[in-house]
Design a protein around this ligand. Structure first.
Ligand SMILES: Cc1cc2nc3c(=O)[nH]c(=O)nc-3n(C[C@H](O)[C@H](O)[C@H](O)COP(=O)(O)OP(=O)(O)OC[C@H]3O[C@@H](n4cnc5c(N)ncnc54)[C@H](O)[C@@H]3O)c2cc1C
Length: 445
């Protein structure tokens, strides 16, 4: 069996490793348009945070590790066309057009930081840094800049705002919603982070939509926001990522948002063609709504699922809970499942409660603010958000598992846990859910 995988990042590499594990005799070929493979998209953040010494260290896998697994790869190879009936892939390698046949094809071409809505988003002063070469260029540009405007208050934008304001850059962050990180948190949970952003000197522009970016003389750019405008040396584009799938043929169906339509086994509408990672939508939440959730854990898991189904439909994808965790502006923040704000759009009657919990039994114990979101009648957990000055990030994975396995608040209280006074309170943090004040609490924390 000859398995061709287009794109050698998280999804493509995970699929290649799993195909190799399950099919010892398969020929596995990764095609990658970049000159390297396995770059970590937030390598620049690791560098700015002094966690790596050079962007060359921001790789999650080496070519040697793939070679040991007898996974072949071709770099500088850009796929230009797929003929899903002829089972052929046409690609360009160093300016020469070549053809490759396949028995099974996996599309793992991911996404890029693009914006079709913002005029001038490809201007000279606009930087993005998902790929290694982009990151090297962005690093040099930002180093030479005093003023940096960041468009988009998602995880990437907030992390960048924190790291750059700590380097004494004049940072402006523009977000079209009325608070940052709205996909993952309810407004009141994120207030401590926003307050710290202001204290750290970030000029936070909420409810503002960028319409255009215009290059100006002396290496600056003017960002147009409705009737107002901001001048900056560099503009960092951290808006939603989008897939670029112009190379597909007409047999591979797309959704309205131009992601590839797949079934629960990651099969596309074309025979023997699979799609994974940032180029597809996934099921999200109790109602199994389809949503675009471009995260590494989804890329890796869909890669494994596609590989497991490569010969026959075997293992369905279990859905995404959009679980994230990071450290920004002095707070560890994490989220999984639905937020209270988006629960208004579901068919469920949802209740939510916030609870401040001590992390150990000592008198100077740090605390974590937890928001529980659950179904009112069944009391099954649907979402959780954590905000703390202490590293509580791993706890979100327990809550994600609780949601995935449909645990009720009462089940959570019965969860077996270790006790040690230096590390736990009288109950473990994620067991405390039934000692809640049941009234809804709208106050800010
Ligand atoms: C700055 C930044 C930071 C992020 N941080 C996090 C994080 O902390 N946690 C998290 O969960 N997610 C994070 N993400 C999201 C995460 O990067 C993506 O979800 C993940 O990379 C998706 O993996 P993928 O393999 O599907 O696609 P991608 O990583 O986008 O990779 C696709 C690959 O396909 C190649 N390719 C594309 N088109 C072609 C073609 N025509 N021919 C050949 N090759 C092609 C590309 O060069 C690329 O290597 C971040 C994203 C950005 C932009």
């Amino acid at each position: 069996m000859k398995v061709v995988i287009i794109g050698a990042s998280y999804a493509g590499v995970a699929a290649a490793l799993e195909v190799r594990k399950q099919h010892k005799d398969a020929e596995v070929i990764l095609l990658e348009k970049q000159p390297t493979l396995g770059y970590i998209p937030n390598g620049l953040h690791l560098y700015w945070n002094d966690q790596i010494r050079s962007l060359d260290e921001a790789y999650f896998i080496t070519e040697k590790q793939l070679k040991v697994q007898q996974i072949h790869f071709q770099l500088n190879t850009t796929v230009k066309k797929i003929h899903s009936v002829l089972k052929e892939v046409i690609y360009d390698q160093n300016g020469i057009e070549e053809k490759l046949t396949y028995d099974k094809l996996i599309i793992a071409t991911g996404s890029s930081q693009l914006s079709q809505k913002i005029i001038g988003s490809d201007s000279e002063q606009v930087v993005r840094y998902k790929r290694h070469e982009e990151a090297e260029a962005a690093l040099a540009t930002i180093k030479a800049s005093k003023r940096v405007a960041i468009i988009g208050g998602g995880q990437v934008g907030i992390e960048a705002a924190d790291l750059l304001s700590r380097q004494q850059k004049q940072v402006t962050l523009i977000e079209s919603m009325n608070y940052v990180l709205f996909k993952y948190f309810d407004e009141e949970m994120i207030q401590p982070v926003q307050r710290k952003m202001n204290e750290q000197g970030v000029d936070l522009r909420l409810n503002e939509t960028v319409s255009a970016i215009q290059s100006e003389a002396e290496q600056s750019a003017v960002i147009q926001l409705g009737t107002d405008s901001i001048t900056s040396d560099t503009v960092l584009l951290s808006v939603n990522v989008r897939p670029d799938l112009h190379f597909l043929d007409e047999h591979i169906q797309l959704h309205m948002d131009q992601t590839i339509a797949v079934d629960e086994y990651m099969r596309t509408s074309a025979k023997d063609v699979f799609a994974i990672g940032d180029c597809i939508q996934l099921t999200f939440g109790e109602d199994s709504e389809m949503a675009y959730i471009p995260l590494v854990n989804n890329a890796v898991r869909t890669g494994i699922v596609a590989a497991s189904n490569i010969e026959r439909a075997n293992i369905p994808f279990k859905g995404s809970l959009r679980t994230i965790g990071t450290f920004v502006f002095g707070y560890y923040i994490a989220s999984t499942g639905i937020t209270e704000a988006e629960s208004l759009f579901t068919s469920q009657t949802v209740k939510s409660v916030r609870q401040e919990v001590r992390l150990n039994s000592l008198s100077n114990s740090e605390t974590v603010m937890i928001k529980w979101i659950y179904d009112e009648s069944s009391r099954v957990l649907l979402g959780a958000q954590l905000v703390s000055k202490t590293d509580i990030l791993e706890k979100i994975n327990i809550l994600a598992l609780a949601i995935q396995t449909k645990q009720t608040l009462e089940d959570l209280q019965q969860k077996d846990f270790f006790f040690h006074p230096a590390y736990t309170s009288l109950l473990s943090t994620t067991n405390l859910s039934t000692w809640l004040h049941e009234e809804e609490d709208e106050d800010e924390i």
